[in-house]
Design a protein around this ligand. Structure first.
Ligand SMILES: *Cc1c(COP(=O)(O)O)cnc(C)c1O
Length: 376
């Protein structure tokens, strides 16, 4: 059996090596390493794939979130609502800009932002909501967009884990992840569903004016060469990463299917076991399984299970062990332990199993049998 990894980028590369190498060679031959034609080519292909008017490539997903907030012209003290059970970047950029991160609890089943908690968190200072489509499945976007409309708030989708997922509204329209709110952000970090071989990210919007603003901010606030109309940052996708992404984008749907097939295998093996709960599905969203995350019954010692799995050659990770409101850097008088019971419960009982595009039947059989043996 092939070694089991959380994410097997090596085996994935082996299968597309010729295409990738040839496209990197194109960049090397052109010597256009930054802002080359390859970046534009990938940008156009991603716009087509997502059916969105503007894709603005940037340096990474965290920058994408930061630049988006800057483009909306938010002022220090403005409140931005984000879930407390997520990766740190979402709240980090809010705080870095002097805005106030207001965290809310998540749904205990889908792990995404709880709509009821969002409603309760809105104040006259609220300016934006940042839903995170955690582990590859959408938050309840229909309700979130409705609330945003009622209160005149921006919605920035953190689609760093959900590229390629679709969401169907009750009127039947279907949208791509990151293309429903005011702005969408994604990351091309190697382990993401569409990953490059270094750092990368992108911002999506259908708003022409915002797109200009975003482009300007990502390029030192420059409008005309060496004319700086506002304070910006330096954040760009380089041409070699774009060359890799342009190849991998053509495989994205096939990669998604491979992840979904692995998830279906796990589901099948685990669905009737009372000691664990398989990931719940939001009926309005497809799930692209950035992670396959189970909830363990309280009787199971998670650390012990993780250690035992490791001994048997199966990596498993805890995403995320500490909710944002309990992180040292974000603790404040506003929040205390116990305020967000679902997020706190999840941080204690979730476990993510190996999930990538290259898992074969032999590996999946071994993983599921081993997990079941260890928890019985
Ligand atoms: C990966 C990730 C980010 C940050 O992306 P980087 O490219 O690593 O900066 C932000 N939010 C979420 C939910 C992520 O998973």
């Amino acid at each position: 059996m092939k070694n089991i990894q959380m994410v097997d980028l090596q085996s994935q590369y082996e299968r597309i090596k010729d295409e990738i190498n040839a496209n990197i060679q194109n960049v090397l031959d052109s010597a256009a390493f930054v802002k080359g034609g390859m970046v534009t080519t990938f940008q156009k292909h991603l716009e087509q794939y997502l059916q969105v008017t503007h894709v603005i490539p940037v340096g990474n997903g965290t920058d994408a979130l930061q630049i988006s907030l800057m483009a909306l012209g938010l002022k220090p003290g403005d409140e931005v609502i984000t879930p407390t059970f997520t990766f740190i970047a979402t709240a980090e950029v809010v705080a870095l800009l002097g805005l106030t991160p207001i965290v809310v609890d998540v749904d205990p089943d889908t792990f995404c932002m709880s709509v009821e908690s969002v409603k309760k968190a809105i104040t006259p200072k609220t300016k934006a909501i940042v839903p995170v489509h955690l582990f590859g499945q959408h938050a309840d976007m229909e309700s979130i967009l409705q609330i945003a409309k009622e209160h005149n708030l921006y919605v920035i989708e953190d689609a760093c884990q959900s590229i390629g997922a679709t969401y169907t509204f009750s009127d039947g329209t279907t949208k791509q992840s990151g293309c429903m709110g005011t702005i969408g952000c994604t990351s091309f970090f190697p382990s993401k569903n569409l990953g490059c071989y270094g750092d990368g990210g992108a911002i999506f919007t259908n708003d022409d004016v915002l797109a200009k603003e975003i482009q300007c901010i990502a390029n030192h606030g420059m409008t005309e060469r060496y004319h700086h109309d506002r304070i910006g940052v330096n954040s760009r996708l380089d041409s070699i990463q774009a060359a890799i992404l342009d190849v991998k984008l053509q495989h994205l749907n096939e990669y998604t299917k491979a992840r979904q097939a692995a998830a279906a295998f796990y589901d099948n093996a685990f669905s009737h076991n009372p000691k664990l709960t398989i990931p719940a599905r939001n009926p309005q969203s497809s799930h692209v399984f950035h992670q396959y995350t189970i909830k363990l019954h309280a009787s199971i010692d998670r650390n012990k299970l993780q250690a035992n799995l490791k001994e048997k050659g199966i990596p498993a990770m805890i995403y995320y062990p500490i909710p944002l409101h309990l992180q040292n850097a974000y603790k404040n008088d506003r929040y205390k332990s116990g305020d967000f019971p679902n997020a706190e419960m999840l941080s204690q009982c979730v476990l993510s199993l190996p999930m990538h595009t290259e898992l074969d039947k032999e590996q999946l059989t071994y993983i599921t049998q081993t997990v079941l043996e260890l928890i019985q």
